[in-house]
Write a protein that binds this ligand. Sequence first.
Ligand SMILES: Cc1ncc(COP(=O)(O)O)c(C=O)c1O
Length: 377
Amino acid sequence: MARPAQPLPASDSAIIPLYRPDLSGNERKYVNECLDTGWISGQGSFVERFERAVVEYTGAEHAVAVSNGTVGLHLALHCLGVGPGDEVIVPSFTFVAPVNMIALTGATPVFADCRPSDWLLDPDDVEQRITSRTKAILPVHLYRAACDMTAFVALAAKYKLLLIEDAAQGVGMRLHDQHVGTFGDVGVFSFFGSKTLTTGEGGMVVTRDADYAELLRRARNQGVMPGRIYWHDCLGFNYRMSNLSAAIGLAQIERLEATLFRKRQLAMRYKRALADLPVTLQEPIFGTASSEWLMTCLLPEGTDRELVRAKMRQDGIETRPTFGCVHKMPMYAAQERLPTAESVSARGVSLPSYPGLTDDDVDRVTSSLRGAIEAAT
Ligand SMILES: Cc1ncc(COP(=O)(O)O)c(C=O)c1O
């Protein structure tokens, strides 16, 4: 059965969608404030308030709100001076956005494999791929796990490389008590509708460097020179976040701890229920306080994943396959094999993981998965 292009409609209560944002806090009140005052574009107090809240929550020094995570990655790379002639090492097993944004700067993405335990960028494989042209390493935090940032910080220092964290999926996740996205030179979050914290569309670039933050702000806003209207002294874009989105973001961050609490409860229930199924779960490294963004498991070798997904769909449950390996995609088409990335990409299924799920929903999902695996192996 074909994969749905859109998330399933929220009105169909018989269906358990993959994700459904919880907008039951101050979202309406704050959005109405924008509508009442007319501040609906990229200026307005909610943008700054949301940026300050992200600084406070993550411990980053500076936060720059942008219109989505993808442009946040482009802005981060561009303002670090990544460009033609540079190589950036990135996992092949990732959502495609970071790779495309490296390519957009004119730099070359160099694909590395991931680790079998946590499915994330493998520092040993990264080290093998460092050349005199390597400018940056770009680890991507995925699903329920944080990249091995201790190893990447050490590698970046040893080879004098930039460290750019794609923390699009990582809001609420800490490693050794430090929020992901704050280990490297820059980190980028996404606030798409299916993320732990959403603004509809939106993103945030965080950094500890004040000059770089200033450059990010200017490039986000057409490169306009401070204090001089319609005069632009550096290359820039319109990557601003709207005040409407920031209003939603502020309401979301107010309730983030409650959201995380519920997601962690659900993850525990999933883990208990999945323990006697022949599936493999991602194993976050020691020291991870997971945000439990998306419960994802690997099916046994040889299982027909599309059949499993189709059967679950018949039971009214939406699932997603894991990301396609980017090194295999036509724009990058590398001949080499990255065995772990290819295996995780081929075998993974993500299960509904939103905070409004009930315990019974989780039981329904896991019993449907059990039946589907039995039918498909
Ligand atoms: C790992 C990763 N990077 C980047 C992005 C891009 O974020 P956005 O959809 O906000 O542009 C996503 C979005 O899902 C993602 O999962």
